[in-house]
Write a protein that binds this ligand. Structure first.
Ligand code: NAI
Length: 480
């Protein structure tokens, strides 16, 4: 704690560099800046205590400072052990008006290269407010903050201190350890926190899936807004964001020529479509794997080959997983890859790749080339290059999606936070999406920023196609 701001970041002296990049990013994030102008002097988030778990990057810094500009108090951690940009974290702690000696910003618990223990420690710190009060809002990416509260409440209700034997995954043991101290103290900490939460706004496909599962089981403890399925989020960030940051990660991690190589993209959803385009843009010969015939057909019509990983694994120079599913690339697949083939994942969790299985291959050894790049050498002498230990490599090996596309996503986040914070009584413990009108508003700001001209619908035309001349312009079932 310095000057009343508690934090854990890598190096506060990086704040000045962070501030310069935040200043450049603000210009590239017109949606967030428009919301700051729209709500200037209104402070719709006054009284909000937002606990946020989302990649602590330069773009996220602009999001955090927008929430503060709208009146919120904020605490933050990253939702991935490798995704923090240390200069952005430092700048957020120092704040626009503070100094390294006298920080005046937001408590941040995030640095690049956390261990899993540190990650969950940071998540608990982010959820724990100094005065003993909890947050009254969560802003989540992947659902780990929401998971921690739900697990805490579940164990408090059952009146048990969790036993690490309950689950055999390493990460799960750490989550339970994180909860153990507060549960043993028997203060009802998590139940109190959950009762105070007005809602959560969730950023990504995987987190949204977790929320729908909780809601279906009747276990969701507060209302949720699914930000991911705003059209101006998943059809832009997931797709055009990854189109930028996937090859950025491959280039920074390996500097290998992509042109002419066989690149396999597992999954052809929004992230897969952007990934395939990213690799094709570099001249790779792209092959897609899919389980869904509709997405497989889309891939074929977009001009990609569609194969099973079984068929293609030996020919691949690069394999990228984008499925949000588990066990997509097995240790056996990895052992069959070419010498020095590259393996990376951009789905939310690392369980798409069987990293544990790889480490268990008899006689295998790992050579760390540089942070977030490892060569795994098989007993027969051939090796593969694994990026970011199988975790989101566009954030681990590069800096994630660029500002302009994140301005779309984060505008939806801010709108969703304001909506749930100010109107929480109107929502049940279910998962909601933002109205299309707001989606169109976010899009309009960014069309104007890019200098596009939107054609105005005449009253006559509007009547003919059955919409209001001011929008929404499409029915709910339209898919874009
Ligand atoms: P999506 O649901 O649109 O796409 C996933 C696709 O994978 C689906 O088409 C599905 O049929 C396919 N799939 C599932 N299991 C498969 C298997 N075993 N083999 C081949 N294909 C399979 O989801 P979206 O939005 O594309 O997100 C995918 C993942 O990426 C999620 O975990 C999401 O949270 C994450 N994400 C990552 C970002 C990043 O910056 N790295 C940005 C946005 C999302």
């Amino acid at each position: 704690t310095r000057n009343g701001v508690d934090f854990a970041v890598a190096d506060l002296s990086l704040a000045e560099f962070g501030r310069k990049e935040i200043r450049l990013a603000e210009h590239e994030m017109p949606g967030l800046m428009a919301l700051r102008r729209e709500y200037a002097e209104v402070y719709p988030l006054r009284g909000a205590r937002i606990s946020g778990s989302l990649h602590m990057t330069v773009q996220t810094a602009v999001l955090i400072e927008t929430l503060v500009a709208l009146g919120a108090e904020v605490r933050w951690c990253s939702c991935n052990i490798f995704s923090t940009q240390d200069h952005a974290a430092a700048a957020v702690v120092v704040g626009p008006h503070g100094t390294e000696e006298e920080p005046k910003g937001v408590p941040v618990y995030a640095w690049k290269g956390e261990t899993l223990d540190e990650y969950w420690w940071a998540t608990e710190k982010m959820m724990t407010w100094p005065d003993g009060a909890g947050p009254n809002m969560i802003l989540d990416d992947g659902g780990d903050a929401t998971l921690l509260v739900h697990k805490g409440v579940q164990y408090e209700k059952a009146g048990v201190v969790p036993n690490a034997e309950d689950d055999d995954s390493e990460e799960w043991k750490i989550i339970l350890e994180t909860l153990r101290a507060s549960l043993a103290a028997d203060t009802g900490k998590w139940t109190k926190i959950a009762e105070g939460i007005r809602g959560v706004t969730e950023e990504t496909t995987t987190g949204v899936l977790r929320l729908y599962q909780l809601a279906a089981a009747g276990e969701l403890l507060f209302p949720a807004i699914n930000v991911n399925d705003s059209v101006t989020k998943s059809k832009f960030d997931n797709r055009y964001g990854i189109r930028h940051s996937l090859i950025d990660g491959i280039n920074r991690g390996t500097d290998v020529l992509i042109a002419g190589k066989v690149a396999v993209v597992c999954g052809y959803g929004d992230v897969g479509k952007g990934s395939a385009e990213s690799l094709r843009g570099q001249g790779a010969r792209v092959v897609v794997t899919e389980i869904d015939p509709i997405c497989a057909l889309q891939a074929l019509m977009d001009g990609y080959e569609v194969r099973s990983l079984e068929e293609i694994v030996e020919q691949a120079d690069i394999i990228i997983t984008t499925t949000g599913n588990k066990d997509v690339v097995s240790a056996d697949h990895m052992s069959r890859m070419k010498h020095q083939a590259i393996l990376g994942n951009v789905g939310h969790f690392d369980n798409e790749l069987d990293m544990a299985g790889l480490a268990r291959v008899p006689g295998i050894h790992r050579i760390n080339i540089k942070p977030q790049v490892d060569e795994w050498v098989f007993p027969d002498g051939h090796s593969i290059i694994v990026l970011s230990e199988g975790r989101l490599m566009n954030l681990g090996n590069a800096t994630g999606h660029p500002s302009f596309v994140m301005s779309n996503s984060f505008s939806n986040q801010v709108i969703a936070q304001v909506e749930l914070f100010t109107k929480h009584q109107e929502y049940d413990n279910e998962v909601y999406r933002l109205p299309k009108k707001l989606d169109e508003k976010v899009a309009r700001i960014h069309v104007e920023a890019l200098g596009g001209t939107i054609t105005k619908l005449s009253k006559d035309q509007a009547e003919y196609i059955g919409v209001d001349p001011e929008g929404p312009f499409k029915p709910e079932h339209y898919r874009y």
